[in-house]
Design a protein. Structure first.
Length: 296
C-alpha cells in the first residue's frame, strides 16, 4: 500500500526531486491547507518535509511555513499583517500570491469578491490561529480536525501516513468550502441587486438563499421581509430587521388553527415562537401574511 501519495501530491525524502518544501514534525492546519491549495495551482506537488532548510539549494522550489522566506511567517517581525491586525501565516501569504489566479483558473464569476470572501471568512482565521492571535477566533469554527490527524502517542503509524490522511480531509473540506464561498458571493449580489430595485417592504425569491451577509452590507431600511420558496415545499417568510417581528397575537396563538382564524390565511402552516419566521403553503398566503403583519 502506497502511503506517500494523495492525488497529485507526492511526499519525497529527496531534495533534488522536490518542488515544494515545508516543515516536518507535527503538522497544523496552516501547512496542510497550504499543501492542498498548492496542489490546486500546480499540476504536481513533490513535497519534502524537513526540520530545517539550512545549507540547502532552494532554487525552483516553493518553501512555506519554514525558512523565513516569502511564504513563511516565523521571522522576528513576522511577514506582514492585515489592516485588522491579523498576521499572515503561510496559507495567507500563498492566498495573497495565488488566490486570484486560482479563482480565474476555475472561471469564477466574481473573482475579487470571492477572493475577499474566502480570505475574510476562512484564510485569516487560519492565520490568526497559527499566529496565536486568539482574540480574533471567538465564535469561529476552524478545520482543527487536521491537527487531530497527527500520530497519537500510542499509535504506530508513520508521520507521512498521518500527513496523507490530513491532506485527504483537508482537500475534501477545501472543495466543500470553495463551493459554499462561490455560492454565497453570488447570492449576496443577487439579494443586493433586488433590494436596490425594491419598492415594497418584502422581497420574493424562487429558492432559499443565504441572506444574512447581504442584509448586513445593505443600507436599505425599507425591506423588512424576505420570502423564499422553501425546499420543504412551502414559502418561508423571514423578518430581517431587528425592529420587526410577527405580531404577538400570532406568536401567542394557542395553535395553528387559531392563528389561521386571526389572519384569515388558511394555508398558514408554521409560526416561529421568536416571531422571526412563518411558513405558508402558497406565495399568495406569504404575501397576505406580510400585509397582515404590516397593518395597524
Amino acid at each position: 500500500m502506497i502511503l506517500n501519495i494523495y492525488k497529485n501530491i507526492h511526499l519525497t525524502n529527496q531534495i533534488d526531486k522536490a518542488n515544494c518544501i515545508t516543515h516536518s514534525g507535527k503538522f497544523h492546519v496552516d501547512d496542510v491547507i497550504s499543501t492542498v491549495f498548492l496542489s490546486k495551482i500546480f499540476d504536481k506537488i513533490i513535497l519534502l518535509r524537513i526540520p530545517t532548510v539550512e545549507n540547502i539549494n532552494l532554487e525552483n522550489k516553493i518553501v512555506y511555513d519554514i525558512g523565513f522566506g516569502e511564504f513563511d511567517h516565523h521571522q522576528r517581525n513576522r511577514n506582514g499583517k492585515r489592516e485588522n491586525g491579523i498576521y499572515f501565516s503561510s496559507i495567507g501569504l500563498l492566498w495573497q500570491k495565488f488566490g486570484k489566479k486560482y479563482l480565474d483558473k476555475l472561471k469564477v464569476k466574481n473573482i475579487n469578491k470571492t477572493f475577499e470572501y474566502i480570505d475574510t471568512e476562512l484564510i485569516q482565521y487560519i492565520d490568526a490561529e497559527d499566529n496565536m492571535q486568539t482574540e480574533y477566533l471567538e465564535n469561529k469554527i476552524l478545520p482543527d480536525f487536521i491537527t487531530l490527524c497527527n500520530p497519537e502517542w500510542n499509535e504506530s503509524i508513520s508521520e507521512d501516513e498521518a500527513f496523507i490522511h490530513a491532506l485527504e480531509l483537508a482537500d475534501e473540506f477545501w472543495q466543500i468550502y470553495l463551493k459554499h464561498a462561490i455560492a454565497e458571493v453570488e447570492a449576496i449580489d443577487i439579494i443586493l441587486n433586488k433590494i436596490n430595485k425594491c419598492n415594497d417592504c418584502y422581497l420574493i425569491f424562487d429558492r432559499e438563499l443565504p441572506y444574512r451577509k447581504a442584509i448586513k452590507i445593505s443600507n436599505n431600511s425599507k425591506v423588512k421581509y424576505l420570502i423564499f420558496k422553501s425546499r420543504r415545499e412551502c414559502y418561508d417568510i423571514r423578518t430581517i430587521s431587528d425592529s420587526c417581528k410577527f405580531k404577538e397575537e400570532l406568536i401567542q396563538a394557542k395553535d395553528i388553527n387559531a392563528a389561521r382564524k386571526l389572519t384569515h390565511i388558511n394555508d398558514l402552516i408554521y409560526i416561529d415562537s421568536h416571531g422571526k419566521l412563518c411558513c405558508t403553503k402558497t406565495l399568495e398566503g406569504a404575501i397576505k401574511l406580510v400585509k397582515y403583519n404590516e397593518c395597524k
